[in-house]
Design a protein around this ligand. Structure first.
Ligand code: MF3
Ligand code: CO
Length: 249
């Protein structure tokens, strides 16, 4: 069942989402060659707590950290470690927060220093696909209209969308119905309604869409070893245009 949110609930989700966005902004300021993903983890964990929230991923189904740090060929769920970033890397940061009974969820892929033109194009197309998906998150459309628009933009640009992980409803739970795939045909799935809150999160691969899970039980990597990017916003469907909640102001 897809849960519609009241205006009181929406403002609480929006507050959690603001903290997500502020934390991602702050992380942007420290991503540079020489920092380790564990140092980014510690910074993010402290930042979230200083804002009166709790990192939502820590302990979620046994996940061992407060954020996901997925480097280069890693798609999602990379676990922070003592690995050092270097010039030319791309780093996906995914984070969720919980505050006052409600979740917010967002992700950004950051360039580390100067990156290759191919990596730049991947980041651009992945982020564009998120905004195109959001543009289609409108009352009267169905969930797969979002999915279709994302897949179309990604594939027209020569990249692929990951199938193994999808976006989701969000609110009192981190993952609610409906699932929001980043691929599909038009006109399928639940109709979008005023008051739905969705985490839309395309994962875009430079090569093939297939992924593998590493022996740590979490890290998803591209099967072909090529790059992957991930952008995510939590969005409110309204009678008017979609409202992006994971904004810092
Ligand atoms: N943003 C991912 C998602 O929406 C985060 C997974 S939570 C984790 O599903 F804790 F398992 F990493
Ligand atoms: Co999510």
């Amino acid at each position: 069942m897809v849960i519609l949110k009241s205006s009181e609930e929406i403002e609480k989700i929006a507050e959690s989402c603001r903290i997500v966005a502020k934390t991602l902004d702050a992380i942007k300021g420290i991503v540079r060659p020489g920092i380790t993903t564990e140092e980014i983890e510690e910074f993010a964990d402290a930042y979230i707590r200083a804002n009166g929230a709790v990192p939502a991923f820590k302990g979620y189904r046994g996940y061992p950290a407060s954020i996901c740090t997925s480097l280069n060929n890693e798609v999602i769920h990379g676990i922070p470690s003592n690995r050092m970033l270097k010039e030319g890397d791309i780093l996906s940061i995914d984070l969720g927060v919980y505050r006052d009974g409600f979740y917010g969820d967002g992700a950004v892929t950051f360039p580390v220093g100067k990156i290759s033109p191919a990596a730049e194009k991947l980041l651009r197309v992945a982020e564009e696909s998120l905004y195109i998906g959001i543009e289609n998150a409108r009352v009267g459309n169905r969930v797969s209209d979002i999915s279709y628009s994302i897949q179309r933009h990604v594939e027209l640009n020569g990249f692929s969308v990951v199938r193994a992980f999808v976006g989701h409803g969000i609110g009192r739970y981190l993952h609610e119905e409906p699932q929001v795939p980043n691929f599909g045909i038009l006109g399928q799935g639940p109709r979008l309604r005023d008051g739905m809150t969705l985490a839309i999160e395309p994962m875009v691969n430079e090569g093939g869409y297939e992924v593998l899970i590493l022996d740590d039980g979490w890290t998803a990597v591209t099967m072909d070893g090529r790059l992957s990017a991930h952008f995510e916003h939590t969005v409110l469907i309204t009678a008017d245009k979609p409202r992006i909640l994971t904004k810092s102001n």
